[in-house]
Write a protein that binds this ligand. Structure first.
Ligand SMILES: *Cc1c(COP(=O)(O)O)cnc(C)c1O
Length: 483
């Protein structure tokens, strides 16, 4: 682990090959490629042996931290283990071979899967319709806000402002802004939830929507959501719920029954697509009946025993994604929902909340908790007590790497200074949680007895403490061969 892995270019040596073909003993045929200009050489192309290639990439793969090797409590990100069976189902040949341009007749099965998933997501959230095309959570937010804008424009004018609590996810203000709205922040009260008086005062007929992350980024459930929706609706605004953290609510709370008009989910968090691996995601958007005409095209419709992709929809916000979304992510989500069933989904939320509270109870008194309100699937500690000894959240996070654990989310939400935001998820055993708690306790003790070891961590990682400022200011974007 301590050796720096060379670049593949540095392993290169002239004439090295993975294998050699025997000399050609049949006439050479070039006609097929005659008109194509074939290059003789790729400048700088690495020349290596087969064992060098295999070992190089295997070693690199082992330096990647992943949920398949260890606990990954990155708050707000739901880095849970996704069952491999769902991956397997999505990899079945008929799915892999469906061409995005295949005619409707040839993809009836795929369309049925889409429709079924839409129906299940409606049942889970209490919404009336879903579109499965957005490719990520933030893309879902933008889609949802465009739907709201289109509906308000149709009523007369799009309005100017979107209200967002200070405990919201950071993508919400960006999405509202990109959609052409001015963002106004609502303060949280002492309990860490939306301040109803603040909302009452700020909710005017210039406000298009409230974007509410629920549970919010403190892991706290916005229990006044019905009242919040009444206030927003009384002035003709819409309630948008950021449901990326639906993990905490499955089978327990249906946003559509409590005044939410638009919601997005993250299939690549809650519904069995791994999150954070750089692969495709999906951020479906659910709406209430009134907003259905504005959904992006195409809309999957049942026509007798057939499924069709409807595109002639004059009020639609248009196409927001090519073809029909990240289809294989949708297959995994449906497989996940069907394999768990209603009871299983409820259990997901129960264990996610139980696991988070187990960590919270065990670390309470060792790390500072700014808000004492009960939390759901994640909890936010801070470095307040350790900072008195010069130890900051980044030091604690880096030290966790020495214990083989991924650090929690740091310095977010912004309303908790020095935040350590921990989300264990439901897929961890008590033994894993105990190991994490043990490491966190040890680090708190080290902060008192041996602060240097924490401040200079990590010690056993592949790379030591990085100069993040230098990396941001002078990034190395091009490899140049040294002589
Ligand atoms: C992850 C997350 C998002 C953004 O999702 P992306 O797929 O990363 O765009 C939005 N809101 C909340 C609460 C989240 O946790």
């Amino acid at each position: 682990m301590s050796r720096r892995e060379p670049l593949i270019f540095e392993l290169s040596g002239e004439g090295k090959r993975a294998f050699f073909l025997p000399p050609l003993d049949v006439p050479e045929k070039k006609e097929i490629l005659e008109d194509i200009k074939l290059r003789e050489d790729i400048p700088g192309f690495p020349e290596v042996t087969e064992p060098e290639i295999v070992r190089h990439f295997t070693r690199l793969s082992q330096t990647n931290f992943c949920v398949d090797t260890s606990f990954y409590p990155l708050g707000s990100c739901t880095m849970k283990y996704s069952p491999k069976i769902n991956e397997k189902i999505a990899s079945l040949t008929p799915f892999l071979n469906s061409h995005p341009l295949a005619s409707e007749d040839l993809i009836q099965g795929n369309l049925e899967i889409i429709k079924l998933l839409e129906d299940y997501l409606c049942r889970i959230t209490g919404m009336d319709f879903f579109t499965l095309w957005p490719a990520a959570g933030a893309h879902g937010e933008l889609t949802g806000m465009m739907i709201i804008r289109a509906a308000l424009t149709r009523r007369g004018r799009p309005r100017k402002i979107v209200l967002i609590p200070d405990s919201a996810h950071g993508t919400n203000p960006s999405s509202a802004h990109i959609c052409g709205y001015r963002v106004q922040e609502i303060k949280s009260n002492e309990a860490g939830t939306v301040d109803l008086e603040d909302l009452n005062r700020m909710m005017t007929e210039e406000v298009a929507a409230l974007m509410l992350t629920n549970p919010n980024t403190l892991g706290i459930f916005e229990k006044d959501i019905k009242r919040i929706a009444e206030i927003v609706h009384s002035k003709g605004g819409f309630v948008y719920m950021d449901g990326a953290n639906m993990n905490a609510l499955l089978g327990k709370f249906r946003p559509g029954d409590h005044g939410v008009d638009v919601i997005h989910l993250n299939l690549h968090k809650t519904f069995s697509t791994p999150h954070g691996g750089g692969g495709p995601g999906s951020g479906p958007v659910g709406v209430k009946k009134e907003l259905e005409p504005f959904l992006p095209i195409p809309v999957v419709k049942r026509e007798g025993s057939k499924f069709v992709l409807e595109t002639n929809r004059p009020l639609s916000i248009g196409r927001i994604r090519s073809f029909y979304g990240n289809f294989l992510v949708l297959v995994k989500a449906l497989a996940y929902i069907l394999s768990l069933g209603a009871e299983g989904l409820k259990e997901v939320a129960e264990i996610a909340v139980l696991n988070s509270n187990y960590i919270r109870k065990n670390l309470e008194g060792i790390y500072y908790l700014k808000y004492s309100t009960p939390t759901l699937h994640e909890c936010v500690f801070s470095d307040k007590w350790q900072r008195e000894r010069g130890i900051q959240n980044i030091d604690i996070a880096k030290r966790l790497i020495d214990y083989g654990l991924h650090p929690p989310t740091m310095s977010f939400p912004l309303i908790v200074s020095g935040a350590l935001m921990i989300e264990p998820t439901e897929t961890e055993s008590k033994a894993e949680l105990d190991a994490f708690i043990e490491a966190m306790k040890k680090i708190a003790q080290e902060a008192v007895e041996n602060p240097e070891v924490v401040k200079t961590a990590p010690h056993n990682a592949y790379v030591r403490r990085l100069d993040e400022v230098a990396a941001a200011r002078n990034p190395i974007l091009r490899w140049e061969k040294k002589d």
